[in-house]
Ligand binder design. Structure first.
Ligand code: PGA
Length: 252
C-alpha cells in the first residue's frame, strides 16, 4: 500500500522571516492531525534550508531542496551540491521541474546526471515530468511524458527506484489556475505506471509514488487525490498559505 505524499514547492518565494512564520504555522496545524499514512514535505529556497531543517527537527515534516547540481564539487559558480544539502540536513531534492527545464535549459542528459548524483548520495528524488499545452493539443502528451521518463530514469536499476518519487505536472496547469481533470491525471498516472511495469516489473511499478502537480487547491484536492494512481501532490502556489496547504494535506 503506497502512502500519500503532499509536498509544498515554495519556488522563489519567502525570505527567512516568512519561511520561519510559514513553517511554524504548518507545524502547529499538523500537530493536531492524524498523519500515519501521509508524508508532508516542504521545499524552501536554498538559503532558508538550514533554518527550516532546524525548525522541523522532531516533527514529521521532511525538507526538500528545489534543485541540485550534478557534480560532486568544483568550479560551478552559484551551484549547490548534494553534499552541501546533506550537511544542512536535507536528503530530498526536486529535479526536473518544468521551470528548471524551460528557464534553465535542463535537458534529459543533465537530469539523468543529477538523478545519478542524488542517488549516489542516498538522497530521495522527486522527479517532475509533464507536457506543454501544445503537446496536449497535438495529442503528443503521452509521447512527451514517455520520453521524459525513459531518457532520464530508465537507466536506473530496480533498487534505485526506492528513492524515486515521480510528479506528473502538466505545464499548462502549473500556476495557471487550470487543473487537469481528475480523469486526465489518472489516465497519465496509469500510463506512467504501466511504462515502469513494462521496463521493470509490476511489483516495482505498484510501489512507485506518483504525485500530481498543477494548481492543486483545497477545493480540488479531494477529487484529484481520490484517483487510484494519484499518490498525493506537488503543490506550488497553495503551499505558500498555511491554511490552504494544511487543507490539502487533510484532503489526502
Ligand atoms: P502550482 O505549482 O500548484 O502553483 O500550479 C505546482 C508546481 O509547480 O509544482
Amino acid at each position: 500500500m503506497r502512502k500519500k505524499i503532499v509536498a509544498g514547492n515554495w519556488k522563489m518565494n519567502n525570505d527567512l522571516q516568512a519561511s520561519i512564520s510559514l513553517v511554524n504555522e504548518i507545524k502547529s496545524g499538523l500537530s493536531s492531525m492524524e498523519l500515519s499514512s501521509t508524508e508532508v514535505m516542504i521545499a524552501p529556497t536554498f538559503v532558508n534550508l538550514h533554518a527550516v531543517t532546524k525548525l522541523v527537527e522532531g516533527t514529521a515534516i521532511t525538507v526538500a531542496a528545489q534543485n541540485m547540481h550534478f557534480a560532486e564539487k568544483g568550479a560551478y559558480t552559484g551551484e549547490i551540491s548534494a553534499k552541501m544539502l546533506q550537511s544542512v540536513g536535507v536528503n530530498t531534492v526536486i529535479l526536473g521541474h518544468s521551470e528548471r527545464r524551460a528557464y534553465f535549459h535542463e535537458d534529459a542528459t543533465m537530469l539523468a546526471k543529477k538523478v545519478e548524483q542524488a542517488l549516489e548520495h542516498q538522497m530521495k528524488v522527486i522527479f517532475c515530468l509533464g507536457e506543454q499545452l501544445e503537446d496536449r493539443k497535438a495529442d503528443q502528451h503521452f509521447n512527451v511524458v514517455e520520453y521524459q521518463l525513459k531518457d532520464a530514469l530508465f537507466q536506473l536499476n530496480d533498487a534505485d527506484w526506492q528513492d524515486i518519487v515521480l510528479a506528473y505536472e502538466p505545464v499548462w496547469a502549473i500556476g495557471t489556475g487550470e487543473t487537469a481533470r481528475p480523469e486526465q491525471a489518472q489516465e497519465m498516472h496509469a500510463f506512467i505506471r504501466n511504462l515502469i511495469a513494462e521496463q521493470y516489473d509490476e511489483k516495482l511499478a505498484e510501489e512507485v509514488h506518483i504525485l500530481y502537480g498543477g494548481s492543486v487547491k483545497p477545493t480540488n484536492a479531494v477529487e484529484i487525490f481520490s484517483q487510484k494512481d494519484v499518490d498525493g501532490g506537488l503543490i506550488g502556489g497553495a503551499s505558500l498559505n498555511a491554511t490552504d496547504f494544511l487543507a490539502i494535506v487533510n484532503a489526502v
